[in-house]
Design a protein around this ligand. Structure first.
Ligand code: G3P
Ligand code: MG
Length: 244
């Protein structure tokens, strides 16, 4: 069974630095967390990069869709200035660069596959290719999570040894059969949907349980009391000092 950390940085450390950037991963490491989550999607020319939205605008100021923009353009976009002047010049990183930094910092990664519509299988295949090429076989592997079952099925098929986590805002009726069929180790469920009873049911089924996105210490304590293992948070600094 994969051991989840008590606290995991969300999109790096999204409250402390521009989300899904190398600066955000560095800030997360500086708080003392041992794991970071980040989102991965494809550029138009199929390069896996760290990004959350289908549209470019919120974090880069540029109009357009990620799925229609090539890596040569995406990787020159300004992805830090929106968050704060000290982050000006921060680029959209490739998955390859992010994994290299994660290794350098001695972190573990939760790679969330976040495909743009219709590119589920292609995105998962590209993530597997980069992980297999760049991540040392002897190092503890990244945890691969996704809301999209098609993504997890591709990972299961091509790289069965990579641990998988099924993401959900609320668990669907068939969650146990889906998690079993995909041979998942973990479930990652929105904190607002969880109750003591639901947590107990998930734990009784034998899954590790992570919850997102929890930025309130009182809520985090309650979730941990119920049996949740991992709090995914934008503010790992606050959670690490409150919960360690
Ligand atoms: O992986 C947990 C969380 O990141 C899922 O939601 O939209 O922030 O990627 P989102
Ligand atoms: Mg995410």
């Amino acid at each position: 069974m994969l051991a989840l950390p008590r606290v995991m940085g969300h999109r790096g450390a999204a409250a402390l630095a521009p989300e899904n950037t190398l600066a955000s991963i560095r800030r997360a490491a500086a708080t003392g967390v041992s794991w970071v989550e980040f989102d991965v999607m494809l550029t138009s020319d199929s390069v896996p990069i760290l990004f959350h939205d289908d549209k470019l605008e919120r974090t880069t100021g540029r109009k357009g869709l990620m799925a229609e923009t090539p890596c040569a353009v995406v990787c020159t976009l300004e992805a830090g200035a929106w968050f704060g002047a000290e982050f000006a010049g921060e680029p959209v990183p490739t998955l390859e660069a992010a994994l290299a930094l994660v290794r350098e910092l001695g972190l573990r990664a939760n790679v969330e596959i976040k495909p743009t519509p219709g590119r589920e299988r292609e995105t998962a295949a590209a993530v597997v290719e980069v992980v297999e090429r760049c991540w040392p076989a002897a190092a503890p592997p990244p945890l691969i999570s996704s809301f999209k079952r098609d993504c997890l099925a591709v990972v299961q098929d091509r790289a069965p040894a990579l641990p998988r986590g099924l993401l959900a805002l609320r668990l669907p009726r068939d969650w146990i059969s889906a998690a079993r069929a995909l041979e998942c180790s973990t479930l990652h469920v929105a904190g607002r949907w969880l109750t003591a009873k639901r947590v107990a049911r998930i734990k009784a089924a034998g899954y590790g349980l992570a919850t997102f996105t929890i930025n309130d210490v009182t809520q985090a304590r309650k979730l941990l009391d119920w049996g949740v293992e991992c709090i995914i948070t934008d503010s790992p600094d606050v959670m690490v000092s409150a919960l360690s």
